[in-house]
Design a protein around this ligand. Structure first.
Ligand code: UD1
Ligand code: CA
Length: 458
């Protein structure tokens, strides 16, 4: 059975009060429409169409991807009109199933859609519904004797009795293409909004004796749409709860599953611990036994087993070796590679630099464009002067180098293995192995010097 998925995403989303098209607002770092797209892809459709209109270019850019059939709906004349347009050029036969999804209903899962598609393949008009405590604003599922679905009535067109119905239309439905084509061309716009309602196909199908079935989903959050920032925030939490549950299933302890934010893909090994307030972005992999302290931001990083990230660290594009220690208050920038058992301590910034096995940069340092060998000790306040105003240069510290505090290393420079650099030095020439090197002004002591004092009465 061939499947065609139509994603309706042409609307403006006035209530968002945003310059951004509604479907481009994000949940978990991905746009609403991207969530729907990814779910659609999981169903392996032969045709995937996105009906777009408001912010057309931005929407196309967000989903810049092969194999999307873009359908431009310049004027939004209703969901029925949108589906009609998308069907016109659909490269599918009458036996194919058409599944309609909304670009602003992001949390729908493939497991829920599968049965709907199967019902449609068997010849039913399959609608997804949900019971809501407050059904106001939604289309209502009107059932007759024996619970048979009769039609869907929109809020504005519903009578008093119909308004009491708490089973609402999620908008998601599946129908065979041939059936849908026949129904949609008979949908009119004689209603309170003058729009072509997709939902009218239900009543028309009942008239034709085509079976209609509405299946109620258990979890309202799965089918809630985003119309306002408050709803966006609610669904963000719902998504984060899902992700947190998956992380715990995979073996991570979360200090508080309510206080973690994953905006991308986070994979965890066993016995990972993540404290509160952490944000993970892009692709992040935490191996077995990794410990992440509170309030860290980790983007596109790999952290090897047993490494400890202390509180308040910002890591981007870095790799942290097994048993290494980072922070508190450290910043690892792209290209920072900390080898096994190495350390980047408090107020340390590392960029495009390899910190060799067992090497330590403990406090208040900037290490950029550098290669540190094994067991190197970098004293507090050490700076690699890697930039001459035009070019970046490399600093090489060979194995067992000891850099005294408050040293400036003027790159390009190589400090040979086993060298000790005296505190407060500015080192600008290469140093041969196993020596002490330092640059330091002589200390002077003046015995007859006095501190200035304020004269009395002035
Ligand atoms: C629709 C349903 C309603 C259902 C509700 C669920 C209809 C007539 N009503 O109402 O029964 O309870 O969704 O949220 O279908 N869109 C287009 N082009 C258009 C119109 C809409 O692409 O011309 C897209 C919108 O961008 C949105 C989706 O279709 O993603 C739904 O449109 P919206 O205007 O929000 O429909 P509702 O009035 O909420
Ligand atoms: Ca809506």
């Amino acid at each position: 059975m061939d499947l065609s998925v139509l994603i309706l995403a042409a609307g403006k989303g006035t209530r968002m009060r945003s310059a951004l098209p509604k479907v481009l607002h994000t949940l978990g770092g991905r746009s609403l429409v991207r969530h729907v797209h990814d779910t659609a892809r999981a169903l392996a459709p032969v045709d995937l169409a996105v009906v777009h209109g408001h912010g057309a270019e931005a929407v196309r850019e967000d989903l810049a991807e092969d194999g999307i059939r873009w359908v431009l709906q310049a004027e939004q004349r209703g969901t029925g009109h949108a589906v009609g347009l998308a069907l016109q050029e659909a490269p599918i036969g009458d036996e194919a199933v058409v599944l309609v999804l909304y670009g602003d209903v992001p949390l729908i899962r493939p497991q829920t859609l599968g049965p709907l598609v199967e019902q449609a393949a068997a010849g039913t008009v399959a609608v997804l519904s949900v019971r809501l405590d407050d059904p106001f604003g939604y289309g209502r599922i009107v059932r007759g004797d024996g619970e048979a679905v009769l039609r869907i009535v929109e809020q504005r067109d519903a009578g008093v009795d119909e308004q009491r119905i708490d089973e609402v239309n999620t908008g998601i439905l599946a129908v065979r293409a041939g059936t849908l084509r026949g129904l949609i061309e008979r949908v009119g716009c004689d209603n309170s909004q003058g729009e072509y309602y997709l939902t009218d196909i239900v009543g028309l199908a009942v008239d034709d004796g085509i079976p209609v079935r509405a299946t109620c989903v258990g979890d309202p959050e799965e089918v809630l749409g985003v119309n306002s920032r408050a709803q966006l925030a609610r669904l963000e939490r719902a998504l984060q709860r899902r992700l947190a549950a998956a992380l715990m299933d995979a073996g991570a302890t979360l200090a508080d599953p309510q206080r973690i934010d994953v905006r991308g893909e986070l994979t965890v090994g066993m016995d990972v611990f993540i404290d509160v307030g952490c944000v993970f972005e892009g692709q992040v992999a935490l191996a077995d036994g990794v410990h992440i302290g509170p309030y860290c931001v980790v983007r596109d990083c790999a952290v090897a087993s047993g490494a400890h990230i202390e509180p308040h660290c910002v890591l981007e594009g870095a790799s942290v070796g097994a048993g290494a220690s980072v922070g508190p208050f450290a910043r690892l920038r792209p290209g920072a590679e900390l080898a096994e058992s190495s350390k980047a301590g408090n107020f340390v910034e590392i960029k495009n630099a390899v910190i060799g096995e067992g090497s330590k940069v403990n406090h208040l340092s900037y290490v950029g464009d550098a290669t540190l060998g094994k067991r190197v000790n970098v004293g507090a306040g050490t700076i690699t002067c890697n930039y001459d105003g035009a070019y970046k240069h490399r600093t090489v510290l060979e194995d067992d180098v000891f850099i005294g505090s408050n040293t400036a290393l003027v790159a390009p420079i190589t400090v040979g293995r086993g060298v000790t650099v005296g505190a407060g030095s500015t080192i600008s020439r290469d140093v041969e192995p196993d020596v002490l090197t330092l640059t330091r002004a002589e200390q002077r002591t003046l015995r007859d010097w006095q501190r200035p004092r304020k004269a009395k009465g002035k």
